[in-house]
Design a protein around this ligand. Structure first.
Ligand code: ATP
Ligand code: MG
Length: 222
């Protein structure tokens, strides 16, 4: 079908431990460049690919909610946290597809996440459910090889409009302002007793301090 659709939903998953300006700036730019009416931030409950998050699901969720306060069209989607067991993006996309019907879904990922997409659960099905938008991230290159390269090669497009004409299946790479900020770096700064100022919103820094998250003497340090 080649009719231009009115709406499209952007979806951005992550551990968000904690969410920071690298995430938020990338999402804002992607949203504007792709003209998305709705954008969902999806915190992972139990990420299958990595160590358990340091902050609790409730705290990561609360910090994300602070991040989107006053931002129209920005939604925190907590379904992976509510769901028992591992968080699989493919399940999340299937859910959202079922709820949203025939609307283009755009899964946004950072470049590092895109490079290892073929390690994600049932990854090929992702292209049946959504488009993939890869946002360029500092110190990271596209390294698609083997089956992933084969799969992506024929799906590449440079036109954001194409993503609105179909509901799923295209791959677009998008340049976003490169901010060399990571949650790991922020946690390390906090564990060292230093200030993470200007790396993430002040409201979230206040939340971290009030709740003693990422505190060297705290429970989260392990
Ligand atoms: P950690 O250091 O704990 O791995 P992180 O900062 O990489 O955290 P994640 O929650 O792992 O954040 O990442 C969620 C998504 O955000 C991924 O798709 C990742 O590629 C992307 N991302 C992370 N940091 C940035 C950044 N500075 N700019 C753009 N995208 C980013
Ligand atoms: Mg990461």
């Amino acid at each position: 079908m080649n009719t231009v659709r009115a709406s499209a939903i952007g979806i951005f998953g992550g551990t968000f431990d904690p969410v920071h300006f690298g995430h938020l700036r990338a999402v804002l730019e992607a949203r504007e460049k792709l003209q998305l009416d709705e954008f969902r931030l999806v915190p992972a409950g139990r990420p299958p690919h990595r160590a358990l998050p340091v902050a609790s699901a409730a705290d990561r969720l609360a910090m994300l909610r602070l991040a989107v306060t006053g931002q129209p069209g920005m939604v925190v989607d907590d379904r992976e946290i509510q769901r028992a067991g591992n968080s699989y993006m493919v399940d999340t996309l299937a859910d959202i597809r079922q709820e949203s019907g025939d609307v283009p879904l755009l899964l946004l990922v950072g470049q590092d996440a895109a490079n290892s997409l073929d390690t994600w659960h049932d990854w090929k099905r992702i292209f049946k459910l959504a488009h993939l938008v890869v946002m360029r991230r500092p110190e990271s290159r596209l390294r698609w090889t083997g089956e992933l390269e084969e799969c992506v090669k024929n799906r590449l497009t440079e036109s954001p409009e194409r993503l609105k004409e179909e509901t799923a299946g295209f791959v677009l790479t998008l340049e976003v302002t490169q901010l060399a900020i990571s949650s790991t770096g922020i946690r390390d700064i906090l564990f060292a007793g230093q200030s993470p100022g200007y790396l993430l919103p002040d409201s979230i820094i206040d939340y971290i301090r009030e709740n003693r998250l990422y505190f060297a003497g705290g429970a989260g340090k392990g």
